[in-house]
Design a protein around this ligand. Sequence first.
Ligand code: SF4
Ligand code: SF4
Length: 477
Amino acid sequence: MKFCSADHALCGISQGKEFMDKIKKVLNEEKIFSILKKNQNPSKKKVAEILKKSLNKKGLTLEEVGALVNVKDKKLLEEIFSTAGKIKKEIYGERLVLFAPLYISSFCVNDCEYCGFHARNKMPRKKLKLSEIKKQVKILEDMGHKRLLLEFGEHEKENPIDYVVEVIKTIYATKSKKGSIRRVNVNIASTTVENYKKLKKAGIGTYQLFQETYHQETYKKMHKGPKADYARQLFAHDKAFEAGIDDLGIGVLFGLFDWKFEVLALLSHAKYMDKKFGVGPHTISVPRFQPADSVNFKPKHYVDENELLKIVAILRLAVPYTGMIISTRERAEIREKAFITGISQTSAASRTAPGGYGKGHNLEQFHTADHRSVSEFISALLEKEMMPSFCTACYRIGRTGEKFMDLAKPGDIQNFCRPNAILTFKEYLLDYADKKQKVLGEKIIQKYLKLIPDQKIRKETQKRLEKITKGKRDFYF
Ligand code: SF4
Ligand code: SF4
């Protein structure tokens, strides 16, 4: 028998049935396994019906997704990809929103098997001073970035909430000659409602936290330290929502457990959030385990690149209006395929160590696979007639949570996304692009400007483009 004096309202050790019932409201492991078993060999007819239904862009049930994850037939798989591509195109069009991760501190009390910052690793730790943060931010601004995702290890002494808030304030206040960071998303360990309120007050965009694996037994094996509390991780978003943060990101680290289970669990979590908060997750991330120095973990449930693409496509069908994020963990070729079938946001030119931009420090959380600069990455997008977007509009005008979903679900958010992509990309072309990229980029802008369906918005976009050419900045709808 274990005794504990800590006040973990959701702690599994002492809560027994009550605890399990609470978890089951988010996801029911038995139910997921039984759905997967029941749908091991879905018929062609069933898959065709599911794909037809997905075109309504209302999302899919767990049962339907259980069938899709089990599709092996090559032709049916191609149909999944092409249907996902169609939905991606209809909802997100040609645009792809860019951001950069900014690692602030590698101090961490947790010992996660898959992470280079795990506590047993005796590497020197690094926590950025505010002066170093300013330098990192200026480097990122000089690349063209407008949107950051902050990463902190969990360490109450080294990374207390007041330090996190100071960091956010410093970033918003740091401006280079060419630009500024307009949106700061944050990834910190599960914390208290009071601390989330401080984050909200500091003006964060999305609060992102991954469950890593939804499979409880695997979760237990993978984690030591405060993060080992499965429920603390699972209900972090509930606490953030209670604190007023309604822009929330979830995700899984693929490779820790069976990806089919994880996809259904992610969907269960998304449905739970939608039902409970009236707002589903703003984003779902699909990182795959990548090796790191000092990490001995060898994934038993390795997810190969084709499976990753399948995951992206199925999630796009299942939650059409939830943004989906892929990072530079993946090779350029795979990333570009994923952009076509479902991804709407991506990082570019990332470094995964605190102080990693510029000459800095090299002790990474994990290795990346796409090492292209922002400029090289953008050129590759333009060749495929895709439009990079540096848009940060929604959170800045309070279009978050329910207000965002009310526009996103009927598909009306596109009326803002495309013009905002055009305006922010125009700024990029003028401020950062070389001659060749300017020519190509301008063609892309003109192409998509014509496709803005609302004449009033199209005309207003044109006017604002002229103002940007004359030196004005930061317009958005
Ligand atoms: Fe710490 Fe996060 Fe790494 Fe776990 S995954 S060791 S919590 S930094
Ligand atoms: Fe994202 Fe809103 Fe900009 Fe669209 S308008 S790209 S949803 S921030």
